[in-house]
Every structure is written in C-alpha cells, then in structure tokens.
Design a protein around this ligand. Structure first.
Ligand SMILES: Nc1nc2c(ncn2[C@@H]2O[C@H](COP(=O)(O)OP(=O)(O)OP(=O)(O)O)[C@@H](O)[C@H]2O)c(=O)[nH]1
Ligand SMILES: [Mg+2]
Length: 328
C-alpha cells in the first residue's frame, strides 16, 4: 500500500466496503512496516463493537452457533464481524471447510465480515494479530464481532481475553466439562452455553454448571463477574444450535452482558487491561529486537561463551547485554 492510499482505504473500510476491510486485515496480519500507520489511522474509529469470544472443546458446535448468531443479529439489522481462529490443531482438520459451507449463506450479505486466521506460523500464536483485526472490524462499523477459538490450550485463553464477553460452550456429558476445566476456559466464562441440548444428559450438565456458578468457582478474585448481587450472575443457556433453538435467548443474554459491562464500568476496566498488555507486548518485542541487534563483543553468543568459560555468571551477562541497549 502506498502511503497516500491508507487514509482512502480506511475511509472505505469505515463505510463498510468488504474489499477494503479484507485488505486492511491482510495488511495487519502480515505484520509489515505499515502496521503502526494502520493502527494510528484506525485508533479514532474504534471502541464501539461488542467483541464476543466463543470457545469450547472441539466439535461442541462453536461454528454452528456462530453462524446462528450471525443470522439472529442480521435479522436485527446489526453489522457483524466474524474472526474464526484456526489453531491448526489435530482436532480441527477439515473443520474449516465445513465452516465455509455453513457460513456461505452469509457470504453475499454485505453486513457480515468473515475472516479466518491461521494460528500456525506465528510465534506466540495469534495473540498479537487478533487485536489488529478486531480494530479493523470495529472501525468498519461492526456492532458485534464474534471470535471463534477452540478451547484446548493457553493460546485460546489468551485470545478469549480479547473479548468483552466470553461464551464457553459445553455439550452434555462430563467429559466435555472436565476437558474445559483442564484447559482453564471455565475461569474465563461470562456466559455458559450447554449446546446439543437435544442429547441425553443436558439437564444434568446445566445443573452441574449452575451449581458451579453458584459456588463461585472463579480463580481471579471475582472481577470477571463473580456471582455477587452487585456483579454479574453467570447465566447457563441451553441451545440446540443446529435447530436454532435457544438462540434468541442467547442474543438477549449477550446484550444483557454488554449492558452490565457498560453500566458497571467493567468494560472500561477490561479494555484498559487489554490496552496495557498490548503496549507491553509491543515494547517487549522492540526490546527483543534491539537485544538481537547487539553483535560481536557484548552480544549473546560472545557472552554465552564467557559464561561457559566461567568468566561470567548469567546475571552479570544479562546486565552487560542490557547495558548495550540502554539509551545514552
Ligand atoms: N445434535 C446436535 N448436533 C449439533 C448441534 N450443534 C452442532 N451440532 C453438530 O456438531 C458438529 C460439530 O459442529 P461445529 O459447529 O463444527 O463444532 P465446532 O465447535 O465449531 O468444531 P471445531 O471448530 O472443529 O472445534 C456438526 O456436525 C454439527 O452439525 C446441536 O445443538 N445438536
Ligand atoms: Mg469450528
């Protein structure tokens, strides 16, 4: 992108032009030298979208639900963005193809912006690229942005931390619940959904989750909606996503959470935390790059051989390395 193209591109994206939105997301995803300029151009246009993360074990129905949520939100004439994070896990092989078929009914709707992002090949997963893509969709006037991730590891939990509202999907049966608990996704839930409620054991799973929520099984000191009267009571919604059942109720629950976030100041607090970690990540990346630039005497290989030779301990070596990048 030539320098002068950027304001035009951003203006087109702001008006909701699909091509401009896709182009901006590609730009930020590639992490090129335009990144700071793009971020600067988008910054004044963001902060409106309700970012909803959907996570849960493989096959629980996240993509089906995402598609159903899009349908519901479009019926209310809201502009919707979808980010599907492909974790390149062995579980999701071929899943994206099915998702494309499912999503194809929305493909010609100019009020829906769909993007798949591959986590593979990025150091540290997608954590750094996702906020950029979110800003593009936010600036494009999306009222809601849905992020779908498979809840099987730490990187998914990190991505979920980008959401205003985190929905954890489970299916009937203890196995899924235990799996989710192991992955740590239970602790980040603002809303529980028991999907596949057409299957046996749905009542039991709903009961288990409600009990868990009532007991306040939270690991983070309660700032993410502990079940107090003043806070947010984590709802447990039953759905049959394949039949669209429970979806209107789920949309109402999500809207209620957004209102609670705004009214309680919690949305502001979460956004501050998010902005802080993004600044920190960018700064750390810069420090790392500057450390890498120290070559020859005082560079890492040279310091390492001095540590091996017993001339230096690793702490003194780190001091010497840091001294080389200190300003002045
Ligand atoms: N019986 C039943 N099946 C469902 C329901 N929702 C989704 N499914 C089916 O479950 C399968 C997996 O659904 P997906 O939406 O692809 O699940 P996912 O969580 O996105 O899967 P991954 O992205 O691979 O983790 C599909 O065959 C769906 O048709 C439901 O409410 N009831
Ligand atoms: Mg999926």
């Amino acid at each position: 992108v030539r320098r002068l193209d950027l304001p035009i591109l951003v203006e087109r994206a702001r008006r909701g032009e699909q091509l401009a939105v896709a182009r901006l997301i590609s730009l930020v995803e590639n992490g090129g030298p335009e990144l700071p300029a793009v971020a600067a151009a988008l910054a004044p246009l963001t902060g409106r979208a309700h970012v909803i993360g959907l996570t849960g074990p493989p096959g629980v129905g996240k993509s089906t639900m995402t598609s159903e949520l899009v349908r519901q939100l479009r019926a209310q004439n809201r502009r919707v963005g979808v980010l599907a994070i492909d974790p390149s896990s062995p579980f999701s092989g071929g899943a994206l193809l099915g998702d494309r078929v499912r999503m194809s009914e929305h493909a010609t709707d100019d009020g829906v912006f769909i993007r798949s992002m591959a986590a593979r090949g990025h150091l540290g997963g997608l954590a750094w690229a996702t906020p950029h893509a979110l800003r593009v969709l936010d600036a494009a006037g999306c009222d809601v942005v849905l992020i779908e991730t498979v809840g099987v590891g730490q990187s998914e939990v990190e991505i979920v931390a980008l959401a205003d509202t985190t929905v954890v999907l489970l299916a009937p049966g203890a196995g899924d619940g235990i799996q989710a608990a192991k992955a740590g996704v239970l602790e980040v839930a603002d809303v529980f959904v028991v999907n596949k409620a057409d299957r046996d054991g749905a009542d039991q799973t709903v009961r288990d989750l409600r009990r868990m929520v009532t007991l306040g099984v939270r690991a983070d000191g309660g700032t993410r909606g502990a079940p107090t009267d003043a806070g947010w009571r984590i709802p447990v919604q039953r759905t049959v996503a394949v039949r669209g059942e429970g979806m209107a109720q789920l949309v109402a629950v999500l809207d209620a959470h957004r209102r609670w976030l705004d009214g309680s100041g919690e949305r502001e607090r979460r956004r501050l935390v998010r902005a802080g970690s993004e600044i920190q990540a960018i700064a750390l990346e810069r420090v790392r790059a500057r450390l890498d630039q120290v070559r020859g005497a005082g560079g890492v290989p040279e310091l390492a051989s001095r540590v091996l030779a017993g001339e230096l301990d690793p702490y003194r070596a780190a001091d010497e390395l840091m001294a080389r990048i200190e300003p002045g």
